[in-house]
Design a protein around this ligand. Structure first.
Ligand code: SF4
Length: 320
Protein backbone atom coordinates (compact mmCIF):
# COMPACT_ATOMS: atom_id res chain seq x y z
CA UNK A 1 0.00 0.00 0.00
CA UNK A 2 2.74 2.42 1.08
CA UNK A 3 4.78 1.77 -2.05
CA UNK A 4 1.93 2.91 -4.31
CA UNK A 5 1.89 6.38 -2.74
CA UNK A 6 4.16 9.10 -4.06
CA UNK A 7 6.76 9.99 -1.41
CA UNK A 8 6.59 13.44 0.16
CA UNK A 9 10.37 13.57 0.36
CA UNK A 10 12.74 11.62 -1.87
CA UNK A 11 16.48 11.46 -1.19
CA UNK A 12 18.65 10.03 -3.94
CA UNK A 13 22.37 9.08 -3.83
CA UNK A 14 23.09 11.68 -1.17
CA UNK A 15 26.75 12.12 -0.26
CA UNK A 16 28.38 14.65 2.05
CA UNK A 17 32.15 14.93 2.37
CA UNK A 18 34.01 17.35 4.63
CA UNK A 19 37.58 18.53 4.01
CA UNK A 20 39.90 17.85 6.93
CA UNK A 21 42.93 19.95 7.91
CA UNK A 22 45.39 17.18 6.95
CA UNK A 23 44.04 17.21 3.39
CA UNK A 24 41.99 14.03 3.85
CA UNK A 25 38.27 13.93 3.26
CA UNK A 26 35.73 12.69 5.76
CA UNK A 27 32.68 11.04 4.24
CA UNK A 28 29.87 11.78 6.69
CA UNK A 29 27.08 10.50 4.42
CA UNK A 30 27.86 8.00 1.70
CA UNK A 31 25.49 7.57 -1.24
CA UNK A 32 22.24 7.08 0.63
CA UNK A 33 18.70 6.98 -0.76
CA UNK A 34 15.38 6.83 1.07
CA UNK A 35 11.84 8.21 1.04
CA UNK A 36 9.51 9.79 3.57
CA UNK A 37 5.77 9.29 3.02
CA UNK A 38 3.03 11.68 4.04
CA UNK A 39 1.86 11.12 7.63
CA UNK A 40 4.75 8.74 8.33
CA UNK A 41 7.27 8.84 11.16
CA UNK A 42 10.55 7.53 9.81
CA UNK A 43 13.20 6.75 12.41
CA UNK A 44 16.93 7.04 11.74
CA UNK A 45 19.13 5.35 14.32
CA UNK A 46 22.84 4.77 14.76
CA UNK A 47 25.83 5.57 16.96
CA UNK A 48 27.25 9.05 17.12
CA UNK A 49 29.25 9.83 13.98
CA UNK A 50 27.08 7.62 11.73
CA UNK A 51 25.93 10.62 9.69
CA UNK A 52 22.37 10.92 10.99
CA UNK A 53 22.70 14.52 12.20
CA UNK A 54 24.42 15.51 8.95
CA UNK A 55 21.34 14.21 7.13
CA UNK A 56 19.13 16.37 9.38
CA UNK A 57 21.21 19.44 8.57
CA UNK A 58 21.15 18.70 4.84
CA UNK A 59 17.38 18.20 4.84
CA UNK A 60 16.84 21.51 6.61
CA UNK A 61 19.48 23.04 4.33
CA UNK A 62 21.84 24.07 7.08
CA UNK A 63 24.47 22.04 5.17
CA UNK A 64 24.97 21.72 1.42
CA UNK A 65 25.31 18.36 -0.33
CA UNK A 66 28.44 17.10 -2.07
CA UNK A 67 26.35 15.11 -4.54
CA UNK A 68 22.90 13.63 -4.88
CA UNK A 69 19.51 15.28 -4.73
CA UNK A 70 16.45 15.89 -2.57
CA UNK A 71 12.94 16.13 -3.97
CA UNK A 72 10.07 17.52 -1.90
CA UNK A 73 6.56 17.24 -3.32
CA UNK A 74 8.13 16.34 -6.69
CA UNK A 75 10.25 19.49 -6.72
CA UNK A 76 14.05 19.42 -6.57
CA UNK A 77 15.03 21.42 -3.48
CA UNK A 78 18.69 20.40 -3.33
CA UNK A 79 20.16 23.78 -4.19
CA UNK A 80 17.49 26.35 -3.26
CA UNK A 81 18.67 29.86 -2.52
CA UNK A 82 17.28 33.17 -1.23
CA UNK A 83 13.52 33.54 -0.87
CA UNK A 84 12.81 30.04 -2.26
CA UNK A 85 15.01 28.55 0.43
CA UNK A 86 13.35 30.68 3.13
CA UNK A 87 9.86 29.63 2.04
CA UNK A 88 10.93 25.98 1.91
CA UNK A 89 12.15 26.21 5.51
CA UNK A 90 8.58 26.99 6.55
CA UNK A 91 7.55 23.56 5.36
CA UNK A 92 10.49 21.59 6.74
CA UNK A 93 11.14 22.46 10.37
CA UNK A 94 13.67 21.04 12.80
CA UNK A 95 13.71 20.39 16.54
CA UNK A 96 17.21 20.06 18.00
CA UNK A 97 18.43 18.16 21.05
CA UNK A 98 19.09 21.32 23.01
CA UNK A 99 16.25 23.64 22.11
CA UNK A 100 17.50 26.31 24.49
CA UNK A 101 20.57 26.89 22.33
CA UNK A 102 18.35 28.14 19.52
CA UNK A 103 16.44 30.50 21.86
CA UNK A 104 17.57 34.05 22.49
CA UNK A 105 17.98 34.02 26.30
CA UNK A 106 16.85 37.65 26.50
CA UNK A 107 13.53 36.95 24.77
CA UNK A 108 10.43 35.90 26.67
CA UNK A 109 8.75 32.65 25.61
CA UNK A 110 5.80 34.50 24.04
CA UNK A 111 8.22 36.43 21.87
CA UNK A 112 10.14 33.27 20.90
CA UNK A 113 6.97 31.47 19.77
CA UNK A 114 5.45 34.37 17.85
CA UNK A 115 8.73 35.43 16.18
CA UNK A 116 8.47 33.07 13.13
CA UNK A 117 4.90 34.26 12.47
CA UNK A 118 6.10 37.87 12.36
CA UNK A 119 9.27 37.07 10.37
CA UNK A 120 7.16 35.45 7.65
CA UNK A 121 4.65 38.32 7.87
CA UNK A 122 1.81 35.84 8.39
CA UNK A 123 -0.08 38.10 10.82
CA UNK A 124 0.16 41.30 12.82
CA UNK A 125 1.65 41.46 16.32
CA UNK A 126 -1.70 41.23 18.13
CA UNK A 127 -2.82 38.16 16.22
CA UNK A 128 0.61 36.56 16.60
CA UNK A 129 0.35 37.12 20.37
CA UNK A 130 -2.95 35.26 20.58
CA UNK A 131 -1.66 32.55 18.17
CA UNK A 132 1.39 32.06 20.43
CA UNK A 133 -0.97 31.42 23.39
CA UNK A 134 -2.87 28.84 21.32
CA UNK A 135 0.36 27.15 20.26
CA UNK A 136 1.56 26.96 23.87
CA UNK A 137 -1.80 25.45 24.87
CA UNK A 138 -1.38 22.84 22.12
CA UNK A 139 1.92 21.71 23.65
CA UNK A 140 0.49 21.69 27.18
CA UNK A 141 1.86 25.02 28.48
CA UNK A 142 -0.37 27.63 30.12
CA UNK A 143 -0.59 31.32 29.15
CA UNK A 144 1.67 32.43 31.97
CA UNK A 145 4.65 30.83 30.18
CA UNK A 146 4.36 33.72 27.68
CA UNK A 147 6.08 36.05 30.16
CA UNK A 148 8.85 33.68 31.29
CA UNK A 149 12.45 33.52 30.08
CA UNK A 150 14.07 30.29 28.75
CA UNK A 151 16.25 29.86 31.87
CA UNK A 152 13.08 29.67 34.00
CA UNK A 153 11.88 26.53 32.16
CA UNK A 154 12.77 22.86 32.67
CA UNK A 155 14.29 20.79 29.84
CA UNK A 156 10.92 19.24 28.97
CA UNK A 157 9.18 22.65 28.96
CA UNK A 158 11.87 24.07 26.65
CA UNK A 159 11.34 21.16 24.21
CA UNK A 160 7.58 21.90 24.29
CA UNK A 161 8.32 25.53 23.40
CA UNK A 162 10.58 24.33 20.56
CA UNK A 163 7.73 22.14 19.29
CA UNK A 164 5.25 25.05 19.53
CA UNK A 165 7.61 27.22 17.51
CA UNK A 166 8.24 24.46 14.95
CA UNK A 167 4.51 23.92 14.32
CA UNK A 168 3.71 27.66 14.25
CA UNK A 169 4.51 27.86 10.52
CA UNK A 170 2.33 24.84 9.72
CA UNK A 171 5.13 22.67 8.34
CA UNK A 172 4.51 19.38 6.56
CA UNK A 173 7.70 17.77 7.82
CA UNK A 174 9.42 18.04 11.20
CA UNK A 175 12.92 16.67 11.64
CA UNK A 176 13.59 15.77 15.26
CA UNK A 177 17.34 15.47 15.77
CA UNK A 178 17.89 13.74 19.14
CA UNK A 179 14.95 15.92 20.24
CA UNK A 180 14.23 13.90 23.38
CA UNK A 181 17.71 12.52 24.12
CA UNK A 182 18.59 15.02 26.84
CA UNK A 183 15.35 14.50 28.76
CA UNK A 184 14.63 12.22 31.73
CA UNK A 185 12.78 9.06 30.69
CA UNK A 186 9.35 10.11 32.04
CA UNK A 187 9.60 13.55 30.39
CA UNK A 188 10.86 11.91 27.20
CA UNK A 189 7.70 9.78 27.11
CA UNK A 190 5.51 12.86 27.55
CA UNK A 191 7.24 14.74 24.73
CA UNK A 192 7.01 11.70 22.42
CA UNK A 193 3.28 11.39 23.20
CA UNK A 194 2.87 15.08 22.40
CA UNK A 195 4.68 14.63 19.07
CA UNK A 196 2.48 11.63 18.21
CA UNK A 197 -0.74 13.52 19.13
CA UNK A 198 0.32 16.49 16.98
CA UNK A 199 1.18 14.15 14.12
CA UNK A 200 -2.37 12.77 14.13
CA UNK A 201 -4.02 16.16 14.63
CA UNK A 202 -2.05 18.00 11.96
CA UNK A 203 -1.11 15.19 9.57
CA UNK A 204 2.60 15.88 10.10
CA UNK A 205 5.41 13.70 8.80
CA UNK A 206 8.46 13.18 11.00
CA UNK A 207 12.01 12.10 10.58
CA UNK A 208 12.94 11.09 14.11
CA UNK A 209 16.68 10.78 14.59
CA UNK A 210 18.22 9.18 17.66
CA UNK A 211 20.84 6.84 19.05
CA UNK A 212 18.42 4.92 21.29
CA UNK A 213 16.78 2.17 19.25
CA UNK A 214 14.03 1.59 21.85
CA UNK A 215 12.91 5.24 21.73
CA UNK A 216 13.14 5.47 17.94
CA UNK A 217 11.18 2.23 17.54
CA UNK A 218 8.38 3.47 19.81
CA UNK A 219 7.57 6.51 17.70
CA UNK A 220 8.45 5.36 14.16
CA UNK A 221 6.63 3.19 11.67
CA UNK A 222 9.82 2.45 9.73
CA UNK A 223 13.44 2.52 10.83
CA UNK A 224 16.62 3.24 8.93
CA UNK A 225 19.73 1.92 10.66
CA UNK A 226 22.95 3.76 9.78
CA UNK A 227 26.57 2.83 10.29
CA UNK A 228 29.50 5.04 9.25
CA UNK A 229 27.53 7.18 6.81
CA UNK A 230 25.72 4.31 5.08
CA UNK A 231 22.29 2.74 5.47
CA UNK A 232 22.73 -0.84 6.63
CA UNK A 233 19.08 -1.80 7.17
CA UNK A 234 15.56 -0.48 6.55
CA UNK A 235 12.77 -2.30 8.36
CA UNK A 236 9.22 -1.74 9.62
CA UNK A 237 9.33 -1.04 13.37
CA UNK A 238 6.82 -3.76 14.18
CA UNK A 239 9.11 -6.35 12.53
CA UNK A 240 12.32 -5.08 14.10
CA UNK A 241 12.67 -7.44 17.04
CA UNK A 242 11.59 -10.57 15.17
CA UNK A 243 13.19 -9.95 11.80
CA UNK A 244 16.24 -7.65 12.13
CA UNK A 245 18.86 -9.13 9.80
CA UNK A 246 22.01 -6.99 9.75
CA UNK A 247 24.59 -7.92 12.42
CA UNK A 248 24.85 -4.25 13.46
CA UNK A 249 21.07 -3.90 13.97
CA UNK A 250 21.11 -7.13 15.97
CA UNK A 251 23.91 -5.76 18.11
CA UNK A 252 21.93 -2.57 18.75
CA UNK A 253 18.92 -4.70 19.67
CA UNK A 254 21.05 -6.74 22.04
CA UNK A 255 22.08 -3.61 23.89
CA UNK A 256 18.52 -2.33 24.42
CA UNK A 257 16.27 -5.36 24.52
CA UNK A 258 18.56 -7.89 26.22
CA UNK A 259 16.37 -8.28 29.34
CA UNK A 260 12.90 -8.68 27.87
CA UNK A 261 13.29 -10.04 24.40
CA UNK A 262 10.00 -10.85 22.72
CA UNK A 263 11.24 -13.93 20.89
CA UNK A 264 14.22 -16.10 20.23
CA UNK A 265 15.92 -13.85 17.66
CA UNK A 266 19.64 -14.49 17.69
CA UNK A 267 21.43 -11.46 19.14
CA UNK A 268 25.08 -10.46 19.29
CA UNK A 269 27.03 -8.14 21.51
CA UNK A 270 28.88 -5.34 19.71
CA UNK A 271 32.54 -4.92 20.63
CA UNK A 272 35.26 -2.42 19.77
CA UNK A 273 35.09 1.06 18.27
CA UNK A 274 34.05 1.99 14.74
CA UNK A 275 36.93 2.90 12.39
CA UNK A 276 37.57 6.55 11.62
CA UNK A 277 35.24 7.85 8.87
CA UNK A 278 38.34 9.41 7.26
CA UNK A 279 40.06 6.01 7.09
CA UNK A 280 37.36 3.54 6.13
CA UNK A 281 37.94 -0.16 5.48
CA UNK A 282 37.86 -1.14 1.83
CA UNK A 283 34.92 -3.54 2.17
CA UNK A 284 32.03 -3.49 4.64
CA UNK A 285 32.32 -0.64 7.15
CA UNK A 286 31.20 -2.98 9.95
CA UNK A 287 33.82 -5.64 9.13
CA UNK A 288 36.16 -4.55 11.96
CA UNK A 289 33.49 -5.39 14.55
CA UNK A 290 31.43 -8.10 12.91
CA UNK A 291 31.68 -11.67 14.19
CA UNK A 292 30.27 -12.97 10.90
CA UNK A 293 32.88 -11.23 8.77
CA UNK A 294 33.95 -13.28 5.71
CA UNK A 295 36.76 -12.76 3.17
CA UNK A 296 34.37 -11.07 0.77
CA UNK A 297 33.37 -8.54 3.47
CA UNK A 298 36.97 -7.25 3.60
CA UNK A 299 37.06 -6.57 -0.15
CA UNK A 300 33.57 -5.55 -1.30
CA UNK A 301 31.12 -3.04 0.09
CA UNK A 302 27.69 -4.68 0.37
CA UNK A 303 24.85 -2.84 -1.43
CA UNK A 304 21.48 -2.20 0.19
CA UNK A 305 19.11 -4.85 -1.23
CA UNK A 306 15.53 -5.89 -0.56
CA UNK A 307 15.74 -9.18 1.35
CA UNK A 308 11.98 -9.54 1.95
CA UNK A 309 9.01 -7.26 1.21
CA UNK A 310 9.87 -3.69 2.34
CA UNK A 311 12.88 -5.00 4.27
CA UNK A 312 16.33 -3.96 3.05
CA UNK A 313 19.80 -4.87 4.30
CA UNK A 314 23.35 -4.16 3.17
CA UNK A 315 25.22 -7.32 4.15
CA UNK A 316 26.93 -10.09 2.17
CA UNK A 317 25.16 -12.69 4.33
CA UNK A 318 22.00 -11.91 2.37
CA UNK A 319 23.46 -11.33 -1.05
CA UNK A 320 24.62 -14.76 -2.15
FE1 SF4 B 1 29.35 -8.57 8.76
FE2 SF4 B 1 30.12 -9.10 6.28
FE3 SF4 B 1 27.60 -8.46 6.76
FE4 SF4 B 1 29.53 -6.63 6.94
S1 SF4 B 1 28.89 -7.70 5.11
S2 SF4 B 1 27.86 -6.94 8.36
S3 SF4 B 1 31.21 -7.83 7.78
S4 SF4 B 1 28.69 -10.27 7.48
Amino acid sequence: MRKKKEPLLKIRSLTKKFNLQDGKKLTAVDNISFELYSGECLGIVGESGCGKSTIAKILTQLESVTSGNITYNNRDITHLKGEELRQNRRKVQMIFQDAAESFNPRMKIGHIVREPLLNFKLMNKRKAESEAKKLLAMVGLTEDFMGRYPHQLSGGQKQRVAIARAISLEPEIIICDEATSALDVSIQEQVIKLLMDLQKEKGLSYIFIGHDLAVVRNISQRIIVMYLGRIVEVIDSNRLTASAAHPYTKALLASVFSVNRENSTEIEIIEGEPPSPSDMPQGCGFSTRCKKCMDKCLKEKPELKEISTNHFAACHLFQE
